[in-house]
Each structure stands twice: as structure tokens, then as C-alpha cells.
Design a protein. Structure first.
Length: 130
């Protein structure tokens, strides 16, 4: 079953895990292109229905989701997904550019990211109080 047919079939049973796991199985550029186009359309529906998301890019969201999800798979799968979809892991970047993070590097990147989120939440709370 092609990626596009699989997406259309799954729309009645859609959730991010099964739609993204389908992408991890794609091995050729044509299927990747079809899949990405359908996935972008799917995300765009959510953006269009939410006034708070009007400035979001469906393509950036799709590629970010794909890159992040690929991080849960083997490095070979992650590298293939990055190449086929032109995506990258939102914290680690691409394997081609940055290599495979060591556990220590991944931990340190996670700490930096969580600290950034905490600072943003703190600033939002301060701004809401004023």
C-alpha cells in the first residue's frame, strides 16, 4: 500500500503515533513526497481551525514532527527519514550535519531545552502579572 493510500485509510483511526510510524517505513523519495504533501494538508486543517495557530507553518510542523519522531528509531531510520523528508530533529539537528549525539550530549541538550522552557514560562507568568 502506498504511503498516501495508507494515510487516507487511517484518517478514520488517526492519531500521531500511527501516522508517523507509517512515515518511518517509507524508503523512496516519491512515497516520501506524497506522504509529506498529505500530512501537511492534514496539519493545515488543524491550523485553519484554531485562531491561536494562524501564524504556524504546516510544513514546518510536519517536518518537525517527523524529525522528532524519527529520534525514537534507529540511527539508520532517523538518517533515512531526515534525507527523504528534508527534516531534522528539533533538538539534535540532522545526523549528516551534527552526527549521532552521545547519551551525554543528548542529556545536556535536554537540560538546556528544559531550562529554556522554564525561563519562558517564568517570563510569561511575570508578564501576566503586570
Amino acid at each position: 500500500m502506498s504511503a498516501v493510500l495508507h494515510i487516507k485509510y487511517m484518517k478514520t483511526k488517526f492519531n500521531e503515533d500511527n501516522i508517523l510510524s507509517t512515515a518511518m517505513e517509507i524508503t523512496n523519495k516519491d512515497d516520501a513526497k506524497q506522504y509529506l504533501n498529505e500530512y501537511i494538508k492534514h496539519i493545515q486543517k488543524f491550523i485553519d481551525s484554531d485562531d491561536n495557530r494562524k501564524n504556524e507553518s504546516a510544513e514546518e510542523t510536519a517536518k518537525g514532527n517527523l524529525g522528532y519522531y524519527a529520534g525514537y528509531y534507529s540511527n539508520d531510520v532517523r538518517e533515512r527519514v531526515e534525507e527523504l523528508f528534508g527534516c531534522s530533529h528539533p533538538l539534535f539537528g540532522t545526523i549528516k550535519e551534527n552526527g549521532i549525539p552521545t547519551p551525554k550530549q543528548a542529556f545536556e541538550i535536554g537540560i538546556k531545552y528544559s531550562n529554556r522552557i522554564l525561563r519562558m514560562k517564568k517570563m510569561k507568568k511575570i508578564n501576566n502579572e503586570n
